[in-house]
Design a protein around this ligand. Structure first.
Ligand code: ZN
Length: 93
């Protein structure tokens, strides 16, 4: 005779954490830009993930203007691509 499984009652759905949602947003945003990726960072002396100021703003939860201010103040590592666009080092965000 088969015993019914003891776990018949369904566990309540766990609420998805905000962190998960934020991560998905970041992935969504970062996947929309082809320019970001790993690059050599002089400040880190390492190959790190470089993102556009717009992406950095999302990740650091500040405005793009604030990211640009940090770049100008030398608070974050950055590099200029050959096309003249700015990429920001993720290490200090
Ligand atoms: Zn760096």
């Amino acid at each position: 005779m088969n015993q019914p499984p003891s776990s018949l009652h369904v566990a309540p759905m766990e609420k998805r954490t905000e962190v998960t949602i934020e991560l998905e947003e970041i992935v969504l945003v970062t996947s929309g830009f082809a320019r970001s990726g790993t690059a050599w960072c002089v400040g880190c002396a390492n190959e790190v993930l470089m993102v556009t100021p717009a992406q950095a703003a999302v990740i650091a939860r500040v405005s793009v203007r604030d990211i640009n201010r940090r770049v100008e103040a030398g608070e974050v590592h950055f590099l200029e691509t050959t096309e003249g666009s700015l990429l920001v080092c993720m290490s200090l965000l």
